[in-house]
Design a binder for this molecule. Structure first.
Ligand SMILES: *[C@@H]1O[C@H](CO)[C@@H](O)[C@H](O)[C@H]1NC(C)=O
Ligand SMILES: *[C@@H]1O[C@H](CO)[C@@H](O)[C@H](O)[C@H]1NC(C)=O
Length: 189
């Protein structure tokens, strides 16, 4: 059910940015259930293929960080990627620096990075952008076991299609959407 809902929402997003679709904006009245199956533009499989490729590629980011397999970030970022992780990590480049700094900054914690609201927009055959809300939970270890620090933010990513057809992030802005909540002592050990 959630899958179909997100497909419908992505169809709306697609229609807003694609010039070849005419989208009738929703009015204030509910849409009759019988109209829903014909209320959305056809799925553009070329765009959908790119969107799904990027979505699955980005899913590897939490797997790499939370699995502490930082070398696997090479499946997400281009080798010359530039990532602004905001203070205190700031601008990290190239990929080897992104890997080593993220590894060091999470050395004392175990983590869960959880994605939420997301829009992926292919801009051209070789360039796309995505915005992804995330919540990162940082769990203390050792004498900080049971303590946690939560970060709320969004990743603003620019993607380039690679020669082999895969997609990699070439630029990232991490934008915080609230203060770090919880016990920041979890980061110290
Ligand atoms: C990095 O991101 C922060 C927070 O959004 C911003 O204040 C800063 O200007 C950015 N740095 C660069 C070099 O773009
Ligand atoms: C917690 O453990 C770290 C090293 O593992 C130690 O440096 C620190 O003093 C300890 N803190 C407390 C409150 O015991």
């Amino acid at each position: 059910m959630r899958f179909f809902t997100s497909v419908a929402l992505l169809s709306i997003a697609t229609a807003v940015t694609a010039s070849d679709h005419e989208l009738q904006p929703f009015g204030t009245a509910p849409i009759p259930a019988a109209s829903l199956p014909t209320s959305f533009p056809p799925v553009d499989t070329q765009r959908s293929g790119v969107i799904e490729a990027i979505r699955n590629t980005l899913a590897l980011y939490p797997f790499a960080i939370d699995g502490k397999n930082f070398a696997a970030l090479s499946n997400v970022f281009a080798a010359d990627a530039v990532a602004n992780y905001s203070a205190p990590l700031n601008v990290l480049t190239p990929l080897s620096t992104i890997e080593s700094v993220l590894e060091a900054s999470t050395a004392c914690v175990t983590t869960q990075h959880h994605f939420g609201t997301q829009l992926i927009d292919p801009l051209s055959p070789s360039v796309a952008e995505s915005i992804t809300y995330y919540t990162a939970s940082h769990f203390g270890t050792g004498n900080q076991t049971g303590q946690v620090a939560y970060a709320y933010g969004q990743y603003q990513d620019t993607w380039n299609r690679q020669h082999d057809g895969s997609w990699r992030i070439v630029h990232r802005n991490l934008v915080y959407m609230g203060p770090i909540i919880g016990n920041q002592a979890v980061f110290l050990c």
